[in-house]
Design a protein around this ligand. Structure first.
Ligand code: SF4
Length: 189
C-alpha cells in the first residue's frame, strides 16, 4: 500500500506533532532570547490593536499573568518592546514592538521552517492548515481557552462591497490590513 493511502493512527500523529514541537523548541534558543520570548515577539508583530495587551499575550501563550510579566520585563530590558497606557483608558496597557524588536524578527529562528512550509505545495498547505486548525479548535475548546484568529471567519466581522470592513464586537471600522491580524476576541462563525 502506498504511504499516502496508509491509515495513520492518532499515536503516530501525536509522535509527529511531539517531534516537531521539540525541534521548534530546540531552535528557539537563539539571539539571546528563549522560545517564549520569540513567541511573544512574533505575536506582538501579528496581533491587532485590540489584542496587544499583557493579558491577551498571556492568553495566547497559555501562561499565567506572573509568567508573562517576566517575559514582558525581559523584552523591555532588551529594548525589544515597550509598555504604554492606552489613550483614554488609564487602566489598560498596550505592548508595542520597538524598531529594535521589529529588526530582531529578521533573525527569527523559525525562518528556515518558514522556507520548508513555503516549499510545500498549495494543496498540502491548505490541508495542513485545515487539520492543524481543527486540532487547535478542539483543544482550545476543551481547555476553555481563547480561540484567537483573524477577521474573515469571525462572527463579528462585516464586509461591505469588499472595501469597507467593520467589527461588531468593538463597534469599530477596520482597515483592510487589520483584517489579517490575530485577534484575542475572535469567535468562529
Ligand atoms: S471582527 Fe472578530 S477578529 Fe476582527 S477585530 Fe472584531 S472580534 Fe476581532
Amino acid at each position: 500500500m502506498s504511504k499516502d493511502k496508509q491509515t495513520i493512527d492518532a499515536p503516530e500523529l501525536l509522535q509527529r506533532l511531539e517531534r516537531m514541537a521539540r525541534l521548534m523548541r530546540a531552535d528557539g534558543h537563539a539571539g539571546g532570547l528563549n522560545p517564549v520570548q520569540w513567541e511573544a515577539l512574533r505575536y506582538l508583530s501579528r496581533c491587532n490593536r485590540f489584542s496587544n495587551s499583557p493579558i491577551a499575550l498571556a492568553k495566547y501563550l497559555g501562561s499565567t499573568k506572573g509568567t508573562v510579566s517576566q517575559t514582558v520585563k525581559s523584552l523591555e530590558k532588551k529594548e525589544l518592546a515597550v509598555k504604554a497606557t492606552r489613550e483614554g483608558e488609564r487602566r489598560s496597557v498596550s505592548l508595542t514592538l520597538t524598531d529594535k524588536g521589529h529588526a530582531a524578527l529578521g533573525d527569527d529562528p523559525t525562518a528556515e521552517l518558514l522556507k520548508t512550509l513555503d516549499a510545500l505545495g498549495g494543496k498540502t498547505r491548505r490541508r495542513l492548515a485545515k487539520g492543524l486548525q481543527d486540532i487547535l479548535n478542539a483543544e482550545t475548546q476543551r481547555r476553555r481557552m481563547q480561540e484567537f484568529g483573524t477577521c474573515p471567519d469571525c462572527r463579528f466581522f462585516r464586509e461591505k462591497t469588499g472595501e469597507s470592513y467593520y467589527c461588531m464586537h468593538f463597534d469599530a471600522a477596520l482597515a483592510e490590513k487589520e483584517t489579517s491580524l490575530i485577534c484575542v476576541t475572535h469567535l468562529s462563525r
